[in-house]
Design a protein around this ligand. Structure first.
Ligand code: S3P
Length: 450
């Protein structure tokens, strides 16, 4: 089992880019795989989660040619030829690994087919709630059995069914549920509408537009008509701001540091982390240089002494995946940081309220735990500790960053899980730990097959 061993550093001066966005890569694999031709997808995230979704699309009829790889991980450049909205029956159950996004979005695709299929995942995914998608998909006419030991949990057995359009008010602000219903809507008769209680990441809507699927947005209501076929297109996946967040926090909390992250996704439904770090005192410039469907840009951040902040309820869906590392920033800041209205954290890859609180306390931080969040009083010096990742990629990386500020060595156990979202994280961590400033040290090795 691999571990991270981290000691403190005194400066962070670096320029690099992080791998492709996980949410966007899943959607590129799905829409490209359903499209009517060949799509050239660049900077695909070669993580286990996204590669599983790509394999799932191949299992139902898409064809994929890999043209570039991240050495030792998986495809970053691909030519994906879609099945033109006529998926075929998979010959075996489909493995979604650790990915809630993969399973929920694929369930949306598979719900309205003439064949039976099965989706399964690892132990963490098999304990996450699937009722949030089986309920609306069931209302559309889908027949989905949850076969898990825990009620309402995966594996999912999806029986053949015809779907009809619905209007669905989401009970939780979830981009995965919204996307599952919209994808199912493509296979349903009529106009399917999803109404979200708060804005969630809008990559599905943007990608529908890129693939020339007509979609209507009316405030928080999003509608799509069935019977459309995505038109193949070329697509560049921006760097993942949720992966960038680890380094943004490291630089923000280290006075004197300067970090330039290139070609990061700056979709406004994902950038609350930048607002929060600015509010905490970091100096930041972001420059959007391309806005073809998904805004991409460079973010430059300069460290400063941080102060605590209150995360607004409206910000929570926008930065839900960044909360573990925001909690680390809070422990390094002067004063109190309040994170409430975030009960969704309890049903992520781990219960991220408990895992964050336990690890912060082990490092000497002052934290109170609530049902829906935590309150952190920063300023206690962090001490190195032996920590578990609990098999959760974002916990492993957040506490590697905490270790950069702690007195003594921090060991994070069981860190292979970082490949779920950030293959190459340990290469970047290694370069940072050696306080290198040569950009070549930060470049992830790719292999071209063309
Ligand atoms: C995701 C949506 C978010 C996020 C997850 C990815 C997506 O979950 O936590 O990592 O790609 O749609 P919600 O469905 O809870 O919004």
């Amino acid at each position: 089992m691999s571990d991270f061993r981290v000691t403190s550093i005194s400066r962070l001066h670096a320029e690099f880019s992080v791998p492709g966005d996980k949410s966007i890569s899943h959607r590129a694999a799905i829409l490209g795989g359903l499209s009517n031709g060949t799509c050239h997808i660049r900077n695909f995230l070669p993580s286990e989660d996204c590669v599983n979704t790509l394999r799932a699309m191949q299992a139902i009829g898409a064809r994929c040619e890999v043209i570039e790889e991240l050495d030792g991980f998986g495809p970053t450049g691909l030519r994906l030829t879609g099945c033109s909205m006529k998926p075929v029956a998979p010959t075996a159950p489909i493995d979604c690994g650790n990915s809630g996004t993969g399973m929920r979005l694929l369930a949306g695709v598979l719900a309205g087919q003439v064949f039976e299929s099965e989706l399964f995942g690892d132990a963490s995914l098999s304990s996450r709630p699937m009722g949030r998608i089986t309920t609306p998909l069931g209302t559309m006419g889908a027949k989905i059995e949850t076969l898990g030991e825990k009620p309402g949990c995966a594996p999912l057995r999806i029986h053949p069914a015809g779907l009809h359009a619905i209007t669905y008010e989401l009970p939780v602000a979830s981009a995965q549920v919204k996307s599952a219903v919209l994808l199912a809507g493509l296979f349903a008769d009529g106009r399917t509408t999803v109404i979200q209680p708060a804005e969630t990441r809008d990559h599905t809507e943007r990608m529908f537009a890129a693939f020339r699927l007509s979609l209507r947005r009316d405030g928080n209501a999003i509608s799509v008509y069935g019977g459309q076929t995505p038109e193949a297109c070329d697509f560049q996946v921006p760097g993942d701001i949720s992966s960038a967040a680890f380094w943004l926090v490291a630089a923000a909390a280290m006075p004197g540091s300067r970090l330039l992250l290139k070609d990061v996704g700056l979709n406004p439904t994902r950038t609350a982390i930048l607002k929060v770090l600015s509010r905490m005192g970091a100096h930041m410039i972001d420059i959007v240089h391309d806005s073809a469907g998904e805004p991409i840009g460079n973010v430059e951040i300069h460290g400063a002494p941080l102060k605590g902040t209150t995360i607004l309820e409206s910000e929570i869906p926008n930065l839900i995946d960044e909360i573990p590392v925001i909690a680390v920033a809070a422990a390094l800041a002067e004063g109190k940081t309040v994170i409430r209205h975030a009960a969704e954290l309890r049903v992520k890859e781990t219960d991220r309220i408990t895992t964050v609180v336990n690890n912060l306390r082990a490092m000497g931080a002052d934290v109170d735990e609530f049902d829906d969040g935590m309150e952190i009083t920063g300023g206690n010096p962090l001490r190195g500790a032996e920590l578990e990742s609990f098999g959760d990629h974002r916990i492993a990386m957040a506490f590697a960053i905490a270790g950069l500020f702690a007195k003594g060595e921090t060991v994070v156990r069981d860190t292979a899980c970082v490949n779920t979202s950030y293959p190459g994280f340990s290469h970047h961590l290694d370069a940072v730990l050696r306080e290198r400033s040569n950009p070549a040290d930060f470049t992830l090795p790719t292999v071209s097959r063309e």
